[in-house]
Ligand binder design. Structure first.
Ligand SMILES: *Cc1c(COP(=O)(O)O)cnc(C)c1O
Length: 367
């Protein structure tokens, strides 16, 4: 089979999405399934829709265009503020976008009129994580401006926490968002359909809060894909953590000295890992101890080595652009064999984005 490849067990994703849609649904919260980590892979998008998500969200125009082309029936949401240079394509590619800038909104309005494609807007509020968002004091004025732009429909407000600064979406933050929704409605004389509370980091709050207030939408990527809470990276009860694994092929297996030898400068990617102090006789220990090392045909261009989990008996020793070096001790490994690794969100993002890594649906027997 082709290597390297990202194996995706769609049944695991289906279980995670179904469970989250059901648990949040009981609290009046709908799920936008976020596909950016897998470049809107069509098979996975289809599973999310089958699982009952209310829509699909992505941060890249090209991914949204792909979902549109594939005939996605779900509403499509641009979850990053659109680029001014992409507004024309944007009104074709998606139904709703998260916004913070009047210049973009004006251009979106013009595009929506030009192509007769009404476009929904969710205004994003800065609640402390210091990524995107309109200042709290400006939200009502900004909302009023949006309602005056032809072709645009202000359908909601939203926020995003825990991405840039790790600010936790707690009851206070969510109450603040709910209060702002009421304020905007009163000031503009309209009803907001959507109060979009945040991402996977909101789950702890959303599933335990005694009062979710006006929050009726979460945009979920990581929790559905990897089954973990991004605030702690701990498994979420009832979800699976094994949907993805990365498989790479061995291109060299040799026994080599345990340590490098020669004068040590920087590597291709910065300072070298510190080598142990020389042995008491003043010589490096390099040529005495040996290790069995293997090289896999994958590298930093395709994965974040820090985000990989090696199989038992295999130790990650480093990676350059195209080589992943491991120590294999007693593993009976030969050239042409494959090893498979677990991935965290960063490693998944990069692997799914590399044109050198194939995406393959892994089918397992029903459990
Ligand atoms: C990436 C992103 C999400 C999804 O985040 P997860 O932590 O993967 O659930 C939601 N909203 C916005 C604005 C994002 O950029």
């Amino acid at each position: 089979m082709t290597a390297p490849r990202l194996e995706i067990e769609l049944e695991a994703v289906r279980q995670n999405a179904t469970v989250l849609v059901e648990r949040l649904g009981r609290r009046g919260i709908g799920v936008v399934g976020v596909t950016k980590a897998v470049m809107a892979w069509p098979e996975l998008a289809g599973v999310l829709i089958d699982s009952g998500v209310a829509g699909l969200g992505d941060s890249r125009l090209e991914n949204l265009q792909k979902l549109r082309r594939d005939g996605s029936t779900a509403p499509l949401m641009m979850i990053r503020s659109p680029m001014l240079s992409q507004v024309d394509a944007m009104v074709h590619a998606c139904d709703v976008s998260l916004n913070t800038e009047l210049a973009v909104l004006s251009a979106l309005s013009a595009a929506a009129i030009r192509y007769e494609l009404p476009h929904a807007v969710v205004l994003m509020v800065e609640l402390g994580d210091l990524r995107e968002g309109v200042a709290i004091d400006d939200v009502v004025d900004m909302a009023r401006c949006v309602t005056r732009l032809p072709g645009l429909v202000l359908t909601g407000i939203g926020t995003n926490l825990a991405c840039q600064s790790g600010v936790v979406p707690d009851q206070n933050k969510m109450d603040e968002l709910s209060g702002l929704a009421d304020e905007v409605e009163a000031a503009c004389g309209l009803t907001l359909d959507t109060v979009s509370g945040g991402n996977s980091a909101n789950l702890g709050w959303a599933l335990s809060s005694a009062d979710v207030g006006r929050v009726n939408q979460l945009r979920l990527g990581e929790a559905i894909l990897l089954g973990v809470d991004p605030l702690t990276r701990m498994p979420i009860d009832g979800l699976r953590q094994d949907a993805f694994r990365l498989v790479a092929e061995v291109i060299e297996v040799k026994t080599k000295p345990a340590e490098p030898w020669g004068e040590i400068g920087q590597t291709a990617f910065g300072p070298a890992a510190p080598t142990p102090a020389p042995s008491p006789d003043g010589h490096g220990r390099s040529t005495i101890e040996t290790r069995r090392r293997a090289i896999l045909a994958i590298g930093r261009q395709d994965i974040d080595p820090d985000g990989l989990t090696a199989p038992a008996g295999v130790i990650l020793r480093g990676a350059s652009s195209d080589h992943l070096v491991v120590e294999v001790a007693d593993e009976p490994l030969t050239v042409g064999d494959e090893l498979s690794f677990g991935l965290d969100y960063g490693a998944l993002l990069r692997a799914a984005t590399s044109p050198f890594v194939a995406k393959v649906a892994r089918v397992v027997q029903p459990r």
